[in-house]
Design a binder for this molecule. Structure first.
Ligand SMILES: *Cc1c(COP(=O)(O)O)cnc(C)c1O
Length: 383
């Protein structure tokens, strides 16, 4: 089976992890701060907080921004459930903004219309989670302008998008948002096995996330309620979690980051071959925006005739041992969110996209032979 995504592990990665195993620290040593510095340097962020997953980082980001009961967080329906769940962990409500039918990212036009309605009827968001679907940056300039006008915070869920650029600058530089979150799950651009990171230009937000990452415990006297009682003394000043990344994960992440730019070039080469190989078929290949450089986490084609035909093509590819997938089932149609009141028809562009989408194999080490097999199979299925 050719998978839709696959990690690339080199001897250098293995050596880096083994070196940690032979060192004094398996957790809370020097590798995690080094990984944080590596990502901060790459993105231009002032602060980086590594976590055991992007899901944890999204939760910390919401907590740091003060999301709680009575608040509402908006996101796109076309994302992994974690982009919405982070608000629910904080006791907040979730609502969705329909997607742009061209880019499949949260639509800034829909966002503005929904904000105008909310201004009158209530339900303004405290935070908007903007997801860079498939690695293609959202319309961040417009979303940021709306955040200033209407007074909400922006979290970028850049789980697909480390290495992507927007208006020539790296995603994560914080120019248009408060916090940006990356995922290092093996299927993403670079991996630490499991792992995530939140980056920000705001020191207070970074401090809040660091505190909550490790139980809400501090050893900083300035933050304690009374003078320390000795070298052992710490205080728990908030209700935090154990969301720490291990030294093994960080060492793998640092080693992988050295190849990030190569990976992106390889992903673009794969996309280019698909664009050409599929250009004569009755399907839509993904558009790439002019003002951005996609990290190309996913290559999603659309089969325009609707769900029935998509299913046939999907099953045909799977039967040919090609591990295609669908990203994503609209979050508002998940039973958990239906129970909160969402229905079919609430976000028609998202539902229409879902009915047509198939994610083709997309990873840096995809061979020409395997990719040709994907292209040839599509030609046969759509003939
Ligand atoms: C993968 C992913 C996440 C969650 O990442 P983990 O590191 O697995 O927790 C969140 N949002 C999006 C859009 C993702 O693709």
């Amino acid at each position: 089976m050719i998978p839709y995504g696959r990690q690339d592990i080199t001897p250098a990665d293995i050596d880096a992890v083994v070196a940690v195993l032979e060192s004094d620290f398996l957790t809370q040593g020097p590798q995690v701060p080094l990984f944080e510095q590596t990502v901060a340097d790459y993105t231009g962020a002032a602060h980086a907080v590594a976590t055991n997953s992007a899901t944890s980082a999204l939760h910390l980001a919401c907590r740091a921004l003060g999301v709680g009961p009575g608040d509402i967080v908006w996101t796109t329906p076309i994302t992994f459930v974690a982009s919405a769940n982070c608000a629910r962990y904080c006791g907040a409500a979730v609502d969705f903004v329909d997607i742009d039918p061209e880019t499949f990212n949260l639509s800034a036009t829909e966002l503005e219309a929904k904000l105008k309605r909310a201004e009158i009827t209530g339900g303004m968001p405290k935070v908007v989670v903007a997801v860079h679907l498939c690695g293609q940056p959202c319309d961040l300039r417009a979303i940021h302008a709306l955040s200033k006008r209407y007074g909400f915070a922006v979290i970028e869920d850049a789980s697909h998008a480390i290495g992507a650029r927007y208006e020539g600058r790296p995603v994560g530089d914080g120019r248009y948002s408060d916090i940006t979150v990356f995922s290092f799950h093996p299927v993403k651009i670079v991996t630490s096995a499991e792992g995530g990171m939140a980056v920000t230009q705001n020191e207070q937000l970074a401090e809040a996330m660091r505190l909550l990452r490790s139980h809400g415990v501090t050893r900083d006297e300035a933050r304690m309620s009374r003078p320390g009682e000795g070298g052992w003394y710490y205080e728990q000043i908030d209700l935090g979690y154990n969301y720490r990344m291990t030294e093994l994960q960080a060492a793998l992440g640092i080693s992988q980051m050295q190849r990030l730019n190569d990976y992106l070039e390889q992903r673009h080469a794969v996309a280019h071959r698909y664009d050409k190989g599929l250009s004569t078929l009755a399907l839509c290949t993904p558009a790439r925006a002019e003002n951005s450089y996609s990290a190309l986490h996913l290559y999603v084609i659309r089969i325009p005739d609707g769900a029935v035909r998509r299913r046939t093509v999907f099953d045909g590819l799977r039967a040919a041992d090609i591990g295609v997938n669908v990203h994503y089932i609209p979050v508002h149609l998940q039973p958990y969110y239906r129970d909160l009141g969402f229905r079919e028809g609430d976000f028609p562009h998202a539902e229409n996209y879902y009915a047509q989408a198939i994610s083709l194999p997309m990873f840096p080490t995809l061979t020409h032979t395997d990719q040709n097999r994907v292209i040839d199979t599509l030609h046969t299925l759509l003939a």
